[in-house]
Write a protein that binds this ligand. Structure first.
Ligand code: HEM
Length: 488
């Protein structure tokens, strides 16, 4: 009898626990579905408690054949703007709707403001541009735009990029077999280090490049600052990089007579900027202008490897340019030469569409925002403007996973591109990337030098992964052969 009583008791306790669990789950779902203020929230699903749909999201973009799977499944059920539970945020709305994305980005500082995950903000520092708002953001954004203005691009950057390419590419040729992704990483870092801190390629810039590898890896690592974790390594890298910048500041203060044409020197003349702000600002520019551009270079070569027709047309454009320049292969191109590269612009756009290193933007609603269908995104909720989700969408780009640079020809001719919200690789509004013209210039000059100096063969099969950011899984191992000289 006693045993039966105990069994009955355990059964009852089990049933009560089960009922309580179900009740809590229902309450959680209810609280999630209807905001406490009774708003009609955009439709969506919670996924699992706490981790929500993060795993499905990453599993989706990790699929090389169907990187849009996660979006497609939800879009079918809920539409292009849907609620989710991602990246540890249970109050998040994902948007792949081009018009709404444009609206969100254009209302920065009013209806919305940038709100990147805390681990990222900790790494870029409190004055990293994506972490600041209001007047300070406007001022720093203006400083970045000024640094990268047309007069500097068409003279200083144009010369520096080409000088760097003329000294770096022969080194690649001497090695013959290279991992292009890694080499481009160092190439772009050398350029940014020169422009920002007047550093020439050296052991020091190699160390800085290596530290950036750890820094970038930490951005998506589990934010545990325990020795040995990727996140802790990222912080060590940050400390190392900030120290290098402070040394640069000290050097300039001690030797004011040395003439330098770099951004660090210019920033030190601004009385209103503290050294802490300058250091974070320089670090952010190095970060923002580095991995983004270098990835697009190796992606462009990957796409050209797989599309011989595009390669032939690109090469013809650059051979013709070279011929017009009297076949001087290490001669410098001018701004007009750059602007004449029409097909190159198509290659650049298509590369940015398929392999953009900046997949999306995080924003927080500063007020309740109404969307189509009478839904409301309440104040304080996050909106993830998923740019890659739109760039790979069949509705806006036919055969979206196919590299087809010709799709841009008409749009570029009609100058319709800037009006097209389904293609915004550089974001928009008050945070529109100040480096966009530099990135395109770097890529064009790189392509000119690469296709006129080399033929190449892929050494292994290569695939793109969109997880955690777009990358070439094996780093694009290739063998270089010198290109026959024109007329040889
Ligand atoms: C292919 C190359 C690049 C891509 C795809 C890219 C993309 C982007 C995007 C999408 C944003 C907007 C982020 C947001 O709204 O939250 C952004 C912001 C920014 N980018 Fe770029 N970028 C590239 C290259 C560069 C370069 C070369 C630089 C400078 C050296 C640069 C500097 C910045 C800065 C400073 C911001 C922050 C602007 C602000 O918050 O006010 N980027 N970039």
């Amino acid at each position: 009898m006693a045993i039966m009583g105990e069994t009955l008791h355990s059964l009852l306790v089990g049933l009560v626990c089960f009922a309580l669990g179900m009740l809590l789950l229902e309450l959680y779902k209810l609280a999630w579905r209807v905001d406490s203020r009774g708003y009609k929230l955009p439709p969506g699903s919670t996924g699992l408690p706490l981790i929500g749909e993060t795993i499905s999201f990453f599993r989706g973009i990790n699929s090389t054949d169907q990187p849009r799977r996660y979006i497609q499944e939800r879009e079918k059920r809920y539409g292009e703007i849907f609620r989710s539970n991602l990246f540890g945020r249970s109050r998040i709305v994902v948007s792949v709707n081009p018009e709404f994305n444009k609206h969100v980005l254009q209302h920065e500082g009013r209806q919305f403001q940038a709100n990147y995950p805390k681990p990222l903000r900790n790494l870029i520092g409190k004055f990293g541009l994506l972490a600041v708002h209001g007047d300070l953001q406007k001022k720093l954004h203006g400083t970045a735009v000024n640094l990268l203005r047309f007069e500097r691009l068409s003279v200083d950057f144009m010369t520096d990029i080409q000088n760097l390419l003329h000294t770096t590419l022969p080194k690649w040729q001497a090695k013959r077999d290279i991992h292009l992704q890694e080499e481009c990483h160092q190439l772009v870092l050398n350029l940014m280090a020169k422009q920002l801190m007047d550093l020439s390629p050296s052991k020091e810039t190699e160390e800085i490049c290596e530290a950036f590898g750890h820094f970038s890896e930490a951005l998506l690592a589990i934010p545990l600052r325990i020795p040995g974790t990727a996140y802790a390594r990222g912080f060590k890298a940050r400390e190392f990089l900030i120290k290098r910048i402070y040394e640069g500041i000290e050097d300039r203060r001690k030797h004011p007579q040395v003439v330098r044409n770099d951004l660090l020197t210019k920033l030190l003349k601004e009385d209103s900027f503290s050294e802490e702000l300058i250091a974070d600002f320089i670090l952010f520019l190095l970060f923002a202008g580095h991995e983004t551009s270098s990835r697009s270079m190796s992606f462009a070569i990957k796409f050209l490897t797989d599309c011989p027709k595009a390669y032939q047309e690109l090469k013809a454009e650059h051979d013709a340019l070279l011929q017009r320049k009297g076949n001087r292969r290490n001669g410098n191109l001018t701004w007009d030469d750059y602007q004449s590269m029409k097909f190159t612009q198509c290659i650049i756009n298509e590369t940015l569409r398929l392999g953009n290193f900046a997949p999306g933007a995080f924003r927080e609603a500063k007020e309740d925002v109404k969307t189509k269908g009478g839904f409301v995104i309440p104040k304080g909720w996050t909106v993830y403007v998923f740019l890659t989700g739109t760039h790979l969408d069949e509705k806006y780009h036919s055969s979206a996973l196919t590299f087809n640079p010709w799709r841009w020809q008409q749009l570029l001719q009609d100058q319709e591109l800037s009006k097209n919200p389904s293609f915004m690789p550089f974001g928009g509004g008050a945070r529109l990337c100040p480096g966009m013209h530099l990135a395109k210039l770097e890529l064009a000059l790189f392509l000119h030098n690469f296709v006129t100096k080399f033929r190449w063969e892929a050494l292994q099969d290569e695939k793109i992964s969109y997880f955690p950011f777009p990358r070439l899984i094996k780093g694009l191992p290739i063998r270089l052969h010198p290109q026959e000289r024109l007329g040889d």
